[in-house]
Design a protein around this ligand. Structure first.
Ligand code: UDP
Length: 383
């Protein structure tokens, strides 16, 4: 059997970037072993046959970044459309803007504040219940937006999303949500680039994995293969969860998973936007996605009298991990597994699952490029 220079486990964003760099820059061969029946990991997109609408199989993914190196890298493999992400949140059957901005505050409190008025008003409200040293998500969120907005938009949404009470979650999660005192509703307004790959995520991955030195085996679980079957000349790079890799030796890492239910409707537009969050506890789903809004430039499909909507339900399914539940205990457990991985010879790890980290796509690319730098130095030194 052919010996490859590198064996990469998992064909998500992290390993796809590494495979591209290793094959194109180092001119080395790469074997990728992927459990699923497709490339691209959770970024994967597909065309719905019935409507022609491209949808993101694992939830809406908006590419956004300000990392210079990532911008110049990704532009070689994809062009982005001019989509700007806006999120709305449904609370008691009324739609509000998210992230929290002047429109959210005015609409929720039935006011007509100027930015200065709103700042003053919110400061007073927050002071009533604020925490000196916020220890968890609930305390941090109350410090950010006050108790009422927290209870309306964060408390229940977060409990549904994570399957845990906000007091049992780390405050870092809520740092992802901005609070603004302007009418700016552009979710990623501080990012230099933002958009959806014009030809879809699937095509972006096809472009990354184009080199003939890359061989991909799908539908194959690396952990069920005899250990030495694919021993590379240089490194094995593993991008799956570490607890599974080591047969849950120290216990299971907690993950939050998602389940998606698709529905086709005979109408042009269901909700007028790509994503609406649902913060009421009675609604079991957290989001409805309407993917045609991600590609307004695809005019024929955008204007057609059919639409696809996708309900997002958070679930506890460790076999299909999405979000690491970053509690102190889980982080400690992950560290123990990481020590095991560090002891393995010619073995490297990375990506959202192996790092047990809540990475956005740009952070994943950046991490892959950094690991490539290290590999490249070692290999060129050894040659
Ligand atoms: N969140 C919330 N209400 C919302 C949106 C987000 O409470 O309407 C909280 C929730 O805990 C969520 C976190 O903020 O997990 C981060 O949200 P984000 O939209 O960034 O999550 P992602 O897109 O990664 O699923």
């Amino acid at each position: 059997m052919k010996q490859y220079d590198f064996v990469l486990i998992g064909c998500g964003l992290f390993n796809s970037v590494l495979a591209e760099r290793i094959s194109n820059i180092l001119n080395k061969s790469v074997l990728i072993i992927e459990k699923r029946d497709h490339i691209g990991g959770n970024c994967y997109s597909e065309i719905d046959k019935n409507t022609g609408i491209e949808f993101h199989m694992y939830g809406t993914h908006i590419f956004h970044t300000s990392i210079k190196r990532v911008i110049s890298y990704i532009n070689k493999f994809a062009k982005f459309n001019s989509y700007r992400h806006q999120v709305l949140s449904s609370y008691q059957n009324k739609i509000y803007q998210m992230p929290f901005n002047l429109e959210t505050i005015n609409s929720f409190y039935k006011k007509n504040f100027s930015p200065d008025d709103a700042r003053k008003y919110m400061k007073e409200i927050i002071q009533k219940d604020s925490f000196q040293n916020p220890k968890n998500l609930e305390e941090k969120a109350i410090n950010m937006v006050g108790k009422e907005l927290y209870e309306a938009f964060i408390k229940n949404y977060t409990s549904k999303q994570w399957g845990k009470k906000p007091i049992d979650l780390p405050s870092s999660i809520i740092n992802r949500i901005p609070v603004r005192f302007s009418y700016n509703e552009d979710y990623f307004n501080n990012c230099e680039i933002q958009g959806i790959p014009i030809d879809g995520y699937k095509k972006l991955f096809d472009n990354l994995l184009l080199n003939k030195k890359i061989k991909i085996i799908l539908n194959t679980d690396y952990l069920k293969i005899k250990e030495n079957k694919f021993k590379p000349k240089y490194y094995t790079i593993y991008s799956g969860p570490l607890d599974r890799l080591y047969n849950y030796k120290y216990g299971k890492l907690e993950w939050r998973s998602l389940l998606f239910k698709k529905k086709i409707l005979r109408k042009n537009d269901f909700q007028g936007t790509s994503v609406i969050n649902f913060s009421d506890i009675e609604k079991k789903y957290t989001r409805i996605h309407e993917p045609k809004h991600l590609h307004p430039e695809r005019k024929k499909i955008f204007n057609s009298n059919k639409t696809l909507i996708i309900y997002e339900f958070p679930t506890q399914d460790n076999s299909n991990p999405y979000y690491p539940i970053n509690t102190l205990e889980n982080r400690r457990l992950h560290r123990r597994y990481k020590i095991l991985a560090a002891k393995q010879k010619n073995f490297l790890i990375g990506g959202r699952l192996a790092d047990y980290a809540y990475y956005d796509m740009d952070m994943t690319i950046s991490a892959a490029l950094k690991l490539f730098d290290r590999i490249s130095k070692k290999i060129t030194r050894a040659l």
